[in-house]
Design a binder for this molecule. Structure first.
Ligand SMILES: NC(=O)c1ccc[n+]([C@@H]2O[C@H](COP(=O)([O-])OP(=O)(O)OC[C@H]3O[C@@H](n4cnc5c(N)ncnc54)[C@H](OP(=O)(O)O)[C@@H]3O)[C@@H](O)[C@H]2O)c1
Length: 341
């Protein structure tokens, strides 16, 4: 089935930013309020986008640098994950009214190939496909279970613990029977992390991280799920136990490179303690997403997995959302709710 929709609103990536990190200058993104919607070709689906996911990777895709995907192409809608409702389809697996998620881009109506979309399970809010059942949940699950592999009663430390990925990692580690300690940037975020089941939470802006962890994890740390890198990672390395695992999930403290390099002084502690440190990219494990969703979905339905949402309204708020995320002033998953401006 197809539709007669021909115009939409979108943000086009018009130019590459002058620097690979930090604020996005004027002229990089162009807002268009009367952009064409291409006809739906065989195999394609038209999606009315209701939610956009803003991720650290979104800023990276603006640059002319390949990370785990090639750069977002110039002249097209800025690449982003999103979720919405099918309003037209020439793909056998999708019908009008289906709830879907995928790489829809910064636009209110997206024509994409059906093979790039997933259906959002019944009874789950559309935006959950962008956090607990999407990128944040898959990332937390893969990092914690594949690399961290916490045993019951082991101590797990999670940094950026109140954030989207971090808060899910905390809940999964608690569910695995581990003793969890978070690291976060405000007393409110620390209170939230404790509410999720952590036995403690270090406010790195007000406390000495090394001293606080020594107190909260006297038997040392078996798994460090690290989202921030830099000085916090360095402060935690001497507290790793023998045969501990360091999950390198992200390095949000390092994404603004204008602050200069931050050396790791304490790497040598990894050697005598036989600590394994390993990075991963969730997109490499697409073949596991169905298995991970099958594990997460019942917990989401039972209300056992939560993610705070930091919602900004309207497509025009998307560039601001990137700044909010990179400045660390977000409180949970940064989402853009479309159709409200
Ligand atoms: N490996 C993968 O495949 C993969 C996939 C998705 C995401 N990630 C990574 O996962 C991490 C979390 O992403 P997210 O989307 O869930 O974001 P998020 O944790 O919801 O938001 C980022 C948080 O980082 C903290 N932060 C910001 N600047 C900081 C600094 N200088 N030092 C310490 N903490 C700082 C802030 O919390 P505080 O107020 O607590 O500081 C901020 O809220 C990111 O590093 C991201 O790149 C990795």
């Amino acid at each position: 089935m197809s539709t007669n929709l021909t115009r939409t609103r979108r943000y086009v990536l018009a130019a590459r930013p002058a620097t690979t990190t930090g604020p996005i200058e004027d002229g990089v993104l162009r807002y268009e309020d009367d952009a064409p919607v291409p006809p739906i070709e065989d195999g394609q689906v038209l999606v009315k986008v209701e939610w956009l996911s803003l991720d650290v990777a979104t800023r990276g895709w603006m640059n002319d640098v390949r990370n785990y995907l090639p750069p977002s192409p110039l002249g097209g809608a800025m690449r982003a994950l999103g979720s919405g409702i099918v309003t037209g389809s020439r793909h056998k697996d999708f019908a009008v009214g289906d709830r879907v998620s995928g790489l829809v881009g910064w636009q209110e109506d997206a024509v994409v190939h059906g093979s790039t979309l997933s259906k959002v399970p019944d009874g789950v809010p559309l935006q959950a496909a962008l956090h607990v059942l999407g990128i944040s949940g898959q990332t937390a699950w893969l990092g914690l279970h594949d690399i961290g592999q916490p045993e019951p009663d082991e101590t797990v430390v999670v940094t950026a613990a109140a954030g989207a990925v971090g808060s899910i990692a905390v809940q999964l580690a608690v569910a695995a029977g581990a003793r969890v300690v978070g690291v976060a940037g405000t007393p409110q975020k620390c209170a939230f992390v404790r509410e999720l089941g952590a036995v403690g939470c270090v406010n790195y802006r007000e406390q000495d991280v090394a001293a606080a962890i020594a107190e909260l994890a006297p038997d040392r740390v078996d798994v460090l799920f690290d989202n921030v890198g830099g000085a916090i990672l360095d402060a935690l390395l001497p507290h790793m136990a023998v045969n501990a695992r360091v999950v390198l999930c992200g390095a949000v403290s390092r994404y603004d490179k204008s602050r200069g390099p931050v050396p790791l002084y304490n790497w040598f502690h990894l050697l005598p303690n036989r600590v394994r440190m390993e990075g991963f990219i969730y997109m490499d494990h697409k073949d596991r997403f169905a298995e991970i969703e099958a594990d997460l979905l019942p917990r989401v339905r039972r209300g056992e997995l939560r993610c705070q949402e930091h919602i900004l309204d309207g497509l025009k708020a998307a560039p601001e959302g990137i700044q909010v995320l990179l400045s660390g002033s977000n409180n949970g998953k940064v989402l853009i709710r479309l159709g409200s401006d």
